[in-house]
Ligand binder design. Structure first.
Ligand SMILES: *Cc1c(COP(=O)(O)O)cnc(C)c1O
Length: 385
């Protein structure tokens, strides 16, 4: 038996207790109705999610991984194309590109935001480049205004991986309003977490949304499917695309609708916690996470950097504080991509960040007393070392 941490990274059961009645009601409503796919909950969630983000269309899917792949497919990315992304991210940003048949081109990051270096992006564009896939790492948006300028000059599509950045803003505008399509994850550990798996894509383009909906639902139009199955004796299949089965399910949609209602509060808690961390740690010899001028962070992760991160993590762990290593080592150094021949020193800024970073617990499952324990433990480490 492992002893539970005094300050865990995640505690889903505790978050459930905070909304138990509403979640129970939502789950019971779906089960009693007996509609688990092609139902009203998914459609309602999409409408509410689009409206929360101030973007015209939301297409829900069953993971962030699916969101990235479906958005690329709907943009006609495929064999012979190159898509530019960064290596310090989830596997899905790279594998999603390769699953379309296209080639991944990684570029380095800029150190303060840990997102795509736009100079490196400019240098990486070739006549095969079809799309740019920036990642809003840890909740800090990539430099979307500049990336969109580059894309429009070069006629490129932009698929933004905002799986960690729901609620983040640039000059007061929420992410989701910039790119051709913006992808989100509702994995349980994301800051809007489902009770299984989920994802969504935002877009301003109605035809693009409709195409993504079909691609994620067997190539069938939802509208047609739903009207077809409510009349007596349906009129048979009507498949318009070679789609996959990657729709969000009704139970997850119902749960996410409950959690979305409280999401602004969740974000507020995270922002307060991040501010408290940064204020209390500013005098320690740690590289604190930045938030660039004009950007508002979603604080899905609070990620510090230090040369001695392994010793710090061990000390924290011995004192009941969990930490994690998000997206370290980077993708170009993973066994799966050995054949791409991008060894060490290919992306020095990324490698330095990934070798020094560690994440602290953050989120509404942490109370003030727990947060102060994290701070005290870090102060003790530096006081005694
Ligand atoms: C979580 C995550 C994904 C994948 O989302 P899943 O829902 O786990 O498939 C993709 N990109 C980033 C940056 C993520 O954090």
């Amino acid at each position: 038996m492992t002893v539970p941490s005094r300050v865990p990274m995640y505690e889903h059961g505790k978050l459930y207790q905070l909304q138990k009645q509403e979640i129970d009601d939502a789950v019971r409503r779906v089960i009693e109705k007996g509609v688990f796919d092609w139902g009203d909950e998914v459609a309602a969630f999409e409408e509410e999610f689009a409206s929360w983000n101030g973007v015209e269309h939301a297409v829900s899917v069953n993971s962030g991984t699916a969101a990235i792949k479906i958005a690329l497919l709907a943009a006609n990315v495929g064999r012979g194309d190159e898509v530019i992304t960064v290596p310090n991210t989830d596997i899905s940003s790279s594998s999603g590109i390769r699953h379309t048949g296209a080639d991944v081109v990684w570029v380095d990051i800029e150190p303060l935001s840990r997102t795509m270096d736009t100079q490196a992006l400019r240098r990486a564009i070739t006549n095969r480049t079809k799309a740019i896939l920036p990642v809003d790492l840890f909740g800090h948006p990539a430099n979307m205004p500049e990336i969109m300028d580059i894309a429009s000059q070069q006629g490129l599509v932009v698929i933004e991986d905002a799986c960690l950045a729901l609620g983040a803003t640039i000059d007061g505008r929420k992410v989701g309003g910039f790119a051709t399509a913006t992808c989100f994850s509702f994995a349980p550990k994301k800051h809007l977490g489902s009770y299984g798996s989920g994802g969504a894509i935002l877009t301003r383009n109605g035809a693009f949304a409709e195409r993504m909906r079909k691609l994620s639902a067997y190539g069938q139009s939802r509208h047609r499917h739903r009207s077809n199955t409510t009349v007596a004796g349906n009129t048979g299949l009507y498949i318009e695309e070679e789609g996959s089965n990657e729709q969000l399910d009704e139970l997850q949609a119902a749960i996410l609708r409950v959690k979305l209602r409280d999401f602004a509060q969740t974000l507020g808690t995270r922002r307060n916690q991040a501010a408290r961390y940064s204020q209390a740690l500013r005098n320690l010899p740690l590289d604190l996470p930045n938030c660039l001028e004009g950007f508002e962070h979603a604080w899905r992760n609070y990620v510090l950097e230090h040369d001695d991160r392994d010793r710090i993590r061990l000390y924290l762990s011995n004192n009941g504080v969990q930490t994690n290593l998000s997206y370290s080592p980077p993708m170009h150094l993973q066994p799966v991509y050995r054949s791409m021949n991008k060894g060490e020193n290919s992306f020095p800024v990324t490698e330095r960040s990934c070798s020094r970073l560690f994440g602290l617990p953050i989120g509404p499952h942490i109370d003030d007393e727990q947060l102060e324990h994290v701070l005290q433990t870090l102060h003790n480490f530096f006081g005694s070392h």
